[in-house]
Design a protein around this ligand. Structure first.
Ligand code: SF4
Length: 65
């Protein structure tokens, strides 16, 4: 499984960064999501990825095979 981030849908709320600051950051210029790590390293990382997908208000994040 890997994370995908759609910057066109991102509203810059930063919820993903709060859930997993190792996987996400926000662009200094526009506040939109920057994917730092698409591939979760372990089960805990995958759980954080799923939580980030669930809390994203813009529905900008997804997990794909
Ligand atoms: S939680 Fe969603 S809308 Fe908010 S910064 Fe992250 S990707 Fe963008």
């Amino acid at each position: 499984m890997h994370l995908e981030a759609n910057r066109d849908r991102c509203v810059g709320s930063g919820q993903c960064v709060l859930v997993d600051p190792d996987a996400f950051d926000q662009d200094d210029a526009d506040g939109l999501v920057v994917l730092l790590r698409a591939q979760p390293h372990d089960d805990a990382g995958l759980a954080r990825a799923r939580e980030a997908v669930n809390v994203c208000p813009g529905r900008a994040l997804s997990l794909a095979d």
